[in-house]
Design a protein around this ligand. Structure first.
Ligand SMILES: C[S@@+](CC[C@H](N)C(=O)[O-])C[C@H]1O[C@@H](n2cnc3c(N)ncnc32)[C@H](O)[C@@H]1O
Length: 364
C-alpha cells in the first residue's frame, strides 16, 4: 500500500484519493453503480466530474452498439451510491439517537419478552454504530456478555472508549467481508463464547447489498433456543392523514429514490428473507410507529427520524441527475410546510417499522 501523504504533487494526490474513495463498481438492470465514499467534499466533487466523463463515454458506446449491432445496452445511466461513511457524520449519529428514543416504547416489550427474566444471557448487536443504542437497550442484569460490532472503526473506537466494561465489548467487524465468519469466531474465542442467546440487527439490512448473505452467515452463531431480532423500515405501511396536497406521499416517493436512505421497503421483505435463510418461528412483533392528536414531541421525533436528512441528501444528489435536481427544488419549497403538517394536532401519522423475532433451530 502507498502512503497517500507521501505523494508530493497535489494533482496526483487527489487522483489517488479519488481512486481510494471509489469502493465498488456494480451493474444492475438499469444502471451502472459506483459506490463511493463521500466523506471528503473535494474528493467527492472530483468523483462527480469523473462520473460525468464516464457517462458521456457510456452514452456513446450505447449509441454505437445500438446502431451497428443487433444488441442493446439496457443500462440507462451511471449512478453514484454512498459508501457507509455517512454513518460517521454527527447529524446522523444525532438522528439515530432520536430514532432510538422514538422506538424505545415499541422495542422494549419485545426485548422483555425475549429476555423472559432469564439471566446469564449473551447478545450480539450487529451494526451497533457508536454503541449508544446497544448500551441504552441492554444495560440490565439479564446479560453476562454483550458484543457490539460495526464496520466503521471510528465509531467502534468511540464505543470502546466510552462504553466498554465487564459486560459490553465492541469490535470493528464487517459482516460483508468474505472472512466474516472467521473474524467473528476469533472475537468469540477471545471472549470465551460459543454462541449468542440473542442476535440483534437493527436498521442494518436496508443499508447492505446482500441481506441474504448476512442472515445466512449469522444463523450458525445463534444458540439452539436463541432468538434473532430484526428491525427494519417499511414505507409500504407509512401514511399520514390528512394529506390533501399529497405532500407526505410525494415525500415518500422521493425517499424511495434516495440511496442514502437505504432500502425503505426492507421490512416488507423480512418474512420471506428470514424463512429463505433457514429461520423458524418467525413473528412480527411490531409493524408501525403511530402518532395522533396533540403528541407534539412524538411527532417531532417522527419528523426528525424520517425526514430531517432529506434536504442534506438531495443537496449532494442533485449534482447527479435532473430528477434529483427536481426533487431538491420540491424539498426546498415544501419542507417547512411538510414539517408543519406532520407536527400539528390534526395529523395522524403511521411510519412502517417492522420488528421481527425468530429462531434459527433448523441449523444442524
Ligand atoms: C442505520 S445504522 C443503525 C445503527 C443502530 N443499529 C441503530 O439501530 O440505531 C446502520 C449501522 O450499520 C453499520 N453497517 C453498515 N454496513 C455494515 C457492515 N457491512 N458490517 C457491519 N456494520 C455495518 C453502519 O456503519 C451503521 O453504524
Amino acid at each position: 500500500m502507498y502512503d497517500v501523504e507521501m505523494i508530493d504533487n497535489e494533482y496526483s494526490r487527489l487522483e489517488f484519493k479519488k481512486h481510494q474513495a471509489i469502493r465498488q463498481l456494480s451493474i444492475n438492470e438499469d444502471s451502472l453503480i459506483m459506490i463511493a465514499d463521500r466523506s471528503d467534499e473535494s474528493v467527492y466533487q472530483s468523483i462527480l466530474d469523473l462520473k460525468e466523463k464516464l457517462n458521456q463515454t457510456f452514452q456513446e458506446c450505447k449509441k454505437v452498439v445500438r446502431e451497428r449491432t443487433p444488441y442493446r445496452i439496457t443500462q440507462r445511466d451511471i449512478l453514484i451510491q454512498p459508501y457507509n461513511s455517512f454513518f460517521l457524520e454527527e447529524a446522523e449519529v444525532k438522528r439515530l439517537a432520536i430514532q432510538g428514543r422514538l422506538l424505545s416504547e415499541y422495542e422494549q416489550p419485545v426485548y422483555q419478552k425475549i429476555m423472559n427474566e432469564r439471566s446469564g444471557l449473551t447478545l450480539l448487536d450487529v451494526g451497533c454504530n457508536n454503541g449508544w443504542k446497544t448500551k441504552m437497550r441492554f444495560s440490565n442484569e439479564n446479560f453476562k456478555k454483550i458484543i457490539g460490532i460495526d464496520c466503521l472503526r471510528p465509531l467502534i473506537e468511540q464505543a470502546q472508549k466510552e462504553l466498554e466494561d465487564n459486560v459490553f465489548s465492541f469490535y470493528t467487524c464487517n459482516v460483508m467481508d468474505t472472512d466474516f465468519t472467521e473474524n467473528l469466531r476469533q472475537i468469540m474465542r477471545q471472549e470465551n463464547l460459543d454462541t449468542f442467546d440473542i442476535i440483534h440487527c437493527s436498521f442494518l439490512l436496508m443499508h447492505t447489498e446482500r441481506p441474504d448473505d448476512i442472515l445466512k452467515n449469522l444463523r450458525p452463531f445463534l444458540a439452539r433456543d436463541g432468538k434473532l431480532i430484526v428491525i427494519e423500515a417499511d414505507d409500504m405501511e407509512s401514511c399520514m392523514f390528512p394529506d390533501s396536497e399529497g405532500l407526505f406521499q410525494k415525500f415518500l416517493e422521493i425517499l424511495l429514490n434516495d440511496p442514502y436512505a437505504g432500502k425503505r421497503t426492507m421490512g416488507a421483505e423480512l418474512p420471506q428473507l428470514l424463512s429463505d435463510n433457514g429461520y423458524t418461528d418467525i413473528h412480527c412483533e411490531c409493524s408501525k410507529v403511530y402518532s395522533s392528536g396533540s403528541e407534539k414531541e412524538k411527532k417531532e421525533q417522527i419528523f426528525e427520524t424520517f425526514c430531517s436528512y432529506l434536504p442534506e441528501d438531495l443537496l449532494l444528489l442533485r449534482k447527479q441527475s435532473k430528477l434529483y435536481q427536481r426533487d431538491w427544488e420540491w424539498v426546498n419549497q415544501n419542507f417547512n410546510k411538510l414539517h408543519k403538517q406532520m407536527t400539528n394536532d390534526e395529523s395522524t401519522i403511521s411510519m412502517g417499522i417492522k420488528i421481527y423475532t425468530c429462531g434459527g433451530e433448523t441449523y444442524a
